[in-house]
Ligand binder design. Structure first.
Ligand SMILES: [Zn+2]
Length: 60
């Protein structure tokens, strides 16, 4: 499954963060909230995204 998240470093012409593919996503669960951490496939910067439980289960 391909996971996309906003990358704060990859900005468009309007200087807004853009959606990029997350590399090596690691799913974390905390207080029943799911999130994924990984690296941007374009610039290698750290990425973070909150996810639904269903999406988190699909990534495991
Ligand atoms: Zn990036």
């Amino acid at each position: 499954m391909e996971l996309k998240a906003l990358c704060m470093k990859c900005r468009n012409a309007e200087n807004k963060p853009t959606m990029q593919v997350m590399k090596d996503p690691k799913v974390e669960e905390k207080n029943n909230r799911y999130s994924a951490k990984g690296q941007c496939s374009v610039c290698g910067g750290n990425m973070f995204k909150f996810m639904s439980k269903a999406d988190a289960e699909a990534l495991k």
